[in-house]
Design a protein around this ligand. Sequence first.
Ligand code: NAP
Length: 304
Amino acid sequence: MTALADMDLGAARVFAVNLDGKAMAALLRAEVKQQIGRLAVGGATPGLAVALVGDDPASQVYVKGKVKACEEVGIASTLRKLPDTTTQDELLGLVDAWNADPAVDGILVQLPLPKGIDQRAVIDRIAPTKDVDGFHPHNLGLLASGRPGLVACTPAGVMRMLSVYGKAYGWTPAGKRAVVIGRSITVGRPMSLLLTNADATVTVCHSRTPDLAGRIGEADLVVAAAGVPQLVKGAWIKVGAVVIDVGIHRMADGGLCGDVEFDAARLRAAAISPVPGGVGPMTIAQLMRNCALAASARRGIAID
Ligand code: NAP
């Protein structure tokens, strides 16, 4: 970690604003609860069907959090736990059954899937109107063409965080130089499209990008989603930048860290999201919002 005395602190910045994802997610869940109340008036209870294949410990924790959030906001969740011997055809059959079930508004197949199951084939089988993860090529295509659709929960949650921060501090992504680290279809790629649609000038970095430090040093906004612990050094951050850390990693001492060197970065950034308690809770709250949106669209009941 860079020693404090070695850092160029620029214009006497103190600590960055803490982008408290836990608090922002609680507000978002409260908003979704109201929307679900409007669906109830229209006679509908939104349903989320979740498939968990195998016994990946991290996936089990994520799914538990999602089911709990459903209970809190009033979404009826169905969890199907399947052994890691499940075949691709069996999983596709389950997706087909949920596609045809009128009580199911959202379908979520928890990733990663065990070896031997083609992840893409499963994602492609989910009806785009029920694709609350926003990974289906139809929904990614809508996002790429700047049209409304279901958007991946993590990047949508990041946009909500930026909007809350922007309203409080008079900040906007429009006209800013943004760097997104990562180009996965689950995080980096939709993130870069959302920021492009919000009028930022976006650079997408990945494992083949030379001079990552140089690219980050130019950025007014950094979204780190590389999946590499503390890849982004605090000293690389431009003074006054907004930093969103999507990464989440278990350290040897049992604690969690992100893709950004948090302690050093917050001395330079204007705002930064912590790990834990940053993007993670926003992702789950956004999933609830996507379920409400999917139910509203499919059942023809306005919620906003
Ligand atoms: P992923 O599919 O592994 O993608 C990682 C991306 O980062 C790839 O595009 C990769 O480049 C790029 N990358 C890897 N090493 C790099 C390096 N040294 N320099 C620059 N780019 C590099 O991961 P993901 O699913 O997008 O997730 C990323 C991180 O976010 C993970 O830590 C994951 O656990 C976390 N995550 C958190 C949440 C949440 O709710 N908080 C949700 C989803 C994911 P290539 O394309 O060239 O391989």
